[in-house]
Design a protein around this ligand. Structure first.
Ligand code: SF4
Length: 362
């Protein structure tokens, strides 16, 4: 076990180091120091967008990473998974760019460089030195696209890049941003994990604390923008079904209702949508919607994850973005992030304007 493994726990070599330690997950859940550091990683990701200071004990620091992924899996909220993966990637980015900048070579720390990361993600053979003075690197388009597809900002779109001979020129800072995205993907890969019940029970306390922090920050209800053109394909199809008056199966109805509630629609607005449905009964629809929103019980329901949607046959028309996310809300959030402000006309405002115009004409 090397300090580098604890500093960059997402590396394949770090996973091997953890495997060599062969930790019993159930016993690990009782190790106070490891649990405290794992909880700190996740908590700080939520509150500060970082993962806190590394623990001075290498074993504790190394093992806190897999345990943090377990905690994230137990809470199982896409916004937490996303923030956690971003924060781990941000910490890695800060460390390897600092190592690059200072060219610090310490035998004890063995700082990771961008070249090491390119090799780790099998990108080294796809990123070449640029020949002109204007750019630093040339990235083969096949390697560029999967990472850039997930980046914020129009500047990453291929149509806005000087693509030549199948190569995309990038600056060193942009190459490092692509690497950060690769780390983020690696951290989020496989989440949520299937966690044995005994481990989940032992981690009840930290999980409850994380849920409380999430609730305090109200992150699961922070979208409040309804732009159907940006919906994930599954929710577009379900919304279409609702508007055409199709009879939706219970799980499908639950999925679209929970999704609409999660992006800020009120019960009245959702009930209005269902009025065209065959057999529409306002009181039942209102009760079900309030129940999903957590207004008639202790639980506020999130829409199902992609895995659950798939198992019910509700995952349809998957597109490229679907390959990069594990939850329909994550899809929507990213689609909103990537859109220009002017493209984002809230459906509710557009409907109000149309109603006003209709009234004026009448
Ligand atoms: S992968 Fe997820 S977001 Fe995409 S269509 Fe399927 S359920 Fe929806």
């Amino acid at each position: 076990m090397e300090r580098r493994h604890a500093t960059y726990p997402f590396l394949d070599a770090a996973r091997e180091a953890v495997a060599e330690l062969d930790p019993d997950l159930r016993a690990l859940a009782d190790e106070e120091r490891v649990v405290a550091r794992a909880t700190e990683r996740v908590e700080r990701a939520l509150t500060d967008g970082d993962i806190g200071e590394p623990h001075r004990d290498v074993r504790t620091e190394l093992l806190s990473y897999p345990l943090a992924r377990v905690l994230v899996s137990l809470v199982d909220e896409h916004i937490l998974t996303r923030r956690y993966a971003r924060s781990e990637a941000g910490a890695a980015h800060e460390r390897f760019t600092a190592a690059e900048g200072s060219k610090l070579k310490s035998a004890r720390e063995q700082p990771l460089t961008a070249d090491d990361l390119l090799a780790e993600f099998d990108l080294a053979r796809h990123v070449h030195p640029a020949e002109s003075d204007l750019d630093d690197h040339l990235v083969e388009v096949g390697a560029y696209l999967p990472l850039a597809a997930d980046m914020r900002g129009e500047g990453w779109r291929l149509v806005n890049r000087a693509l030549a001979d199948g190569m995309v020129p990038v600056s060193t800072a942009e190459r490092d941003d692509l690497l950060r995205k690769a780390v983020e993907r690696r951290v989020a890969d496989g989440l949520p994990l299937a966690v044995p019940t005994a481990v989940g029970d032992a981690l009840d306390g930290p999980v409850a604390d994380l849920r409380e922090t999430l609730a305090d920050l109200d992150l699961t209800r922070d979208i409040d923008t309804v732009v159907p053109e940006r919906f994930p394909p599954c929710m577009k199809a379900l919304l279409d079904g609702v508007q055409k008056g199709d009879h939706l199966a219970h799980h499908s109805r639950f999925a679209i209702t929970a999704f609409l509630a999660s992006i800020g629609m009120t019960t009245d607005e959702i009930v209005d949508l269902y009025t065209v449905n065959p057999g529409f009964a306002e009181d039942i629809t209102r009760y079900q919607t309030d129940h999903i929103r957590g207004e008639t019980g202790p639980t506020e329901y999130s829409p199902p994850s992609c895995a659950t949607m798939q198992s019910y046959g509700d995952c349809i028309n998957k597109d490229e973005r679907c390959e990069t996310i594990s939850h329909p809300l994550a899809y929507y959030e990213e689609a909103l992030d990537d859109a220009d402000e002017e493209e984002l006309t809230d459906w509710r405002e557009a409907n109000e304007e149309a109603d006003d115009e209709g009234e004026a004409e009448a």
